[in-house]
Design a protein around this ligand. Structure first.
Ligand code: ADP
Length: 447
């Protein structure tokens, strides 16, 4: 009896529970004992803390224990382990309000069993307390984990809050910068608007000025045309009278008179040439020139030029070459105006080349633009200073404009020629080396 109470008391201590369970089991005629307590949450009986949690064939155990609790009777049975091993004999009885004591290893009730009845409630309550402590510990562990988790969350939150604050500060700064940029943009927009207004005013003034200039130009061209026309009539009359005097119609003419008449005639022709050029230029500038564009074979054109310049070339003993590079070369141009330009270029070349010099007139496809035919007039004449190379295309510009110059001319030929070239979709350019010669290139669209 003393042994029984000692084992029962030892059952209360978790450390001694295994040994106590075995000695109590032996005292009760079995192998060991297990105390099952009702779990209030799961409403099932579970081994008290310290006993193995997984006992064989739990469902059979449960049925056995539940019947014990329901009838508060003792039950004896054999439980088959889940692995299908040898059945385990069990003797179980509900001893307390919420617990069953099972003796494993026997199905018989030991005589000592009844002695347990009065003390067992104490064991039961001790084991229940223990379970509650276990529960509390588990809960405390969970609470601890939750607290740790909450702390790390709080730290992460703190970090995010800091980052957010930084981002907010940066955003505020950007906002300020944006506001400043916006202000600047608004200022610039206002300035641009003011400039646009000014530009519009300037454009208006420009359009007015252009209109005035155009009307002035038209008036000038009209005036020049009229004047030229009016001047040509008396000039032709002068020429007629000079010829009549030279023919002796008004009496014999002395050699001195004859040479004076010749000078008068030369001056009259020069003046007439000048007037014709002025009239030509005035017409071009007034846009009153019609271009009769047709397809012209280049070789035919050069063949036409040759006899026209032959007398000047022969009189100055100039060597000359006329050449067409490529067969069936044709251009799209106004034949008369193309001839006028080429004659002007060749006349200039003859005029500004010393006797025994050389002139080349070459027509070929432009090596840089296959849709263009280039007419090159090359001479070995006096050349043109680099600073005058562009100016000679302006009206009335001559390299040597002094009265003592040797060559005749009005300074209008190149200006007219370039305008005519433009009028036919072409171009006229020049290159030259002073003292060595010049090259004029007339570019005309190829047919
Ligand atoms: P003009 O020959 O009647 O003076 P142009 O307009 O034809 O008028 O020529 C303008 C000037 O360009 C000439 O006075 C001359 O100084 C210069 N010039 C033109 N062609 C040549 C050339 N082949 N060699 C040297 N100078 C030239």
């Amino acid at each position: 009896m003393k042994e029984l109470s000692a084992s029962l008391a030892a059952l209360v201590h978790p450390d001694e529970r295994a040994a106590a369970s075995r000695s109590l089991g032996a005292l009760l005629g079995g192998r060991d004992v297990v105390v099952f307590l009702r779990d209030p949450d799961a409403r099932v009986l579970l081994p008290a803390p310290g006993y193995p949690q997984t006992l064989p064939a739990p469902r059979e155990w449960r049925r056995l224990l539940d019947t014990c609790m329901a009838n508060t009777e003792a039950r004896a049975d054999s439980i088959v382990p889940p692995d299908g091993g040898k059945p385990t004999p069990v003797y179980a009885q509900a001893l307390g309000a919420d617990c069953v004591l099972a003796v494993i290893g026997t199905t018989t009730r030991a005589p000592l069993f009844d002695e347990l009845q009065p003390v067992f409630p104490l064991v039961e309550s001790a084991l229940q307390q223990e379970r509650m402590v276990d529960f509390a510990l588990a809960e405390a562990r969970v609470a601890n984990q939750t607290a740790a988790h909450a702390e790390s969350l709080a730290r992460a939150f703190d970090q995010s809050r800091l980052e957010l604050q930084h981002a907010l500060t940066a955003a505020e700064e950007s906002h300020c910068e944006l506001l400043a940029a916006n202000e600047l943009l608004q200022d610039q927009a206002a300035e641009l608007e003011a400039q646009a207004d000014e530009l519009q005013r300037a454009n208006g003034a420009l359009a007015l000025a252009r209109e005035l200039a155009d009307s002035g130009n038209r008036a000038k061209s009209q005036f020049l045309a009229t004047m030229s026309h009016e001047l040509r009539t008396p000039l032709n009359a002068i020429s007629g009278h000079v010829q009549l005097i030279e023919l002796g119609i008004y009496g014999p003419v002395t050699p001195e008179q004859s040479s004076a008449l010749e000078r008068i005639d030369r001056s009259q022709r020069h003046l007439l040439g000048l007037i014709n050029d002025v009239l030509n230029l005035a017409k071009i500038e007034a846009g009153r020139v019609d271009y009769q564009i047709s397809v012209i074979p280049v070789s035919e054109l050069l063949a036409d030029i040759a006899p026209m310049v032959q007398p000047q070339i022969v009189s100055k003993h100039i060597n000359h070459v006329l050449r067409v590079e490529g067969s069936h070369l044709e251009v799209r141009a106004d034949r008369e105006k193309l001839l006028q330009i080429l004659l002007n270029l060749v006349s200039n070349a003859i005029k500004f080349t010393e006797p025994a010099g050389r002139i080349e007139i070459v027509a070929s496809v432009d090596p840089l633009a296959s849709r263009i035919v280039a007419f090159r007039v090359i001479d070995t004449g006096i050349g043109i200073p680099p600073d005058k190379l562009q100016a000679i295309f302006e009206p009335f510009v001559q390299v040597d404009s002094t009265h003592s110059r040797r060559s005749e001319g009005t300074g209008l030929g190149l200006a007219i020629s370039r305008d005519l070239a433009h009028g036919m979709g072409g171009e006229l350019t020049a290159t030259s080396t002073l003292g060595h010669g010049s090259e004029f290139v007339l570019s005309i669209p190829r047919a």
